[in-house]
Design a protein around this ligand. Sequence first.
Ligand code: SAM
Ligand code: SF4
Length: 363
Amino acid sequence: MINDTVIDDTVINNVNLYTSRYGKVTAAPLPADFAIEPTFDSFGRRINYLRISLTDACNLRCVYCMPEDMHFRPRQELMSDEEVLYLVKIAASLGVNKIRLTGGEPTIRPGVVELVRAIAATPGIKDLAMTTNGILLDKLAWPLAAAGLKRVNISIDTLDAEKFHRITRWGHLDDVWRGIRAAEEAGLAPMKFNSVVVRNFNDGKDMLDLAQLTLENDWEVRFIEMMPFGEIGDFQQTNVVTYAEMKQRIEAHFGPLEEAGYDYVDPSRAFRIPGAMGTLGFISSVTEPFCQGCGRVRLTADGKLRLCLLRDDEVDLLTPLREGASWDELRGLMRDGAYHKPWGHDLAHGHFAENRAMNQLGG
Ligand code: SAM
Ligand code: SF4
């Protein structure tokens, strides 16, 4: 139940302590002169959204995300809870007010509930969401909601159990459904679902089945163009299904879709099957990118500020943090990095990000 968490939020020797039966997180206090100052990049886009990859590891191996024999980074190379929280506070001081936790699979990070509680308590953070494969939500949805998580996006690429198993290399669809129900009961709403559409895997009936879910549920089902990264970039480029194709296939079955509002900061274009309770979204990062409204930066699990998902530009924050850089120095690095955020990707000229796979970036 929602309040089965025994919380003890105290301050000992000037350090915040968040404790419950789910774990313990300590966090350095805010500096006395903490103030929030909005940050803009060189194109005038306001940077207010940080996506944090909490781990590069995962309990699945989706074919579009990582190779089966993926090697993960040793724990000491990844940010500790305290380091995540320190960088979150700096980001908040630069006007970040939305955070999405992702991965790898964020729910497998030990102590994730207490980390969520501490992030949610950071001044300036108004919206805290998570992207997850849903496998562990059956157990974690309630404690995460109680800790301050507001919403989840759950990845589900097909409703066919056998195909789901194949796409994820060993996942069980039943586990995801249990997670979805738990998330809904815990109030992690509005519920959104992500489906990466891969040619010859889930670009037929699977899309229609997923779209059908919106007829009787107030959910948003989002179809995502597969993006190319790192060593599986060739597979991804060859098998991308474009936004135009996806929409056309859905309309061939359900009839013309209605536009369902336009939000220029949202990467997903929203539509509705006439009369449906929920909506469909299309994320066309490859063929029709949405860079003009992009106020997102990312923190990789190993503590690099990633300025654009589809470009390799990064600013190392973890090394200077571990070498004793001050709050002001790290804040300067983050602010200058954000200022130099590139406009958009260069996939049209065949250039894609090579230094990382999606699980290290978080999507
Ligand atoms: N493990 C969590 C999950 O699957 O939801 C969070 C991390 S995952 C990397 C974040 C999102 O990226 C998921 O919705 C996933 O479907 C999507 N994704 C992974 N690889 C992708 C690719 N090559 N192109 C587009 N989206 C991708
Ligand atoms: Fe894991 Fe998410 Fe990547 Fe699938 S998409 S392998 S669930 S990190």
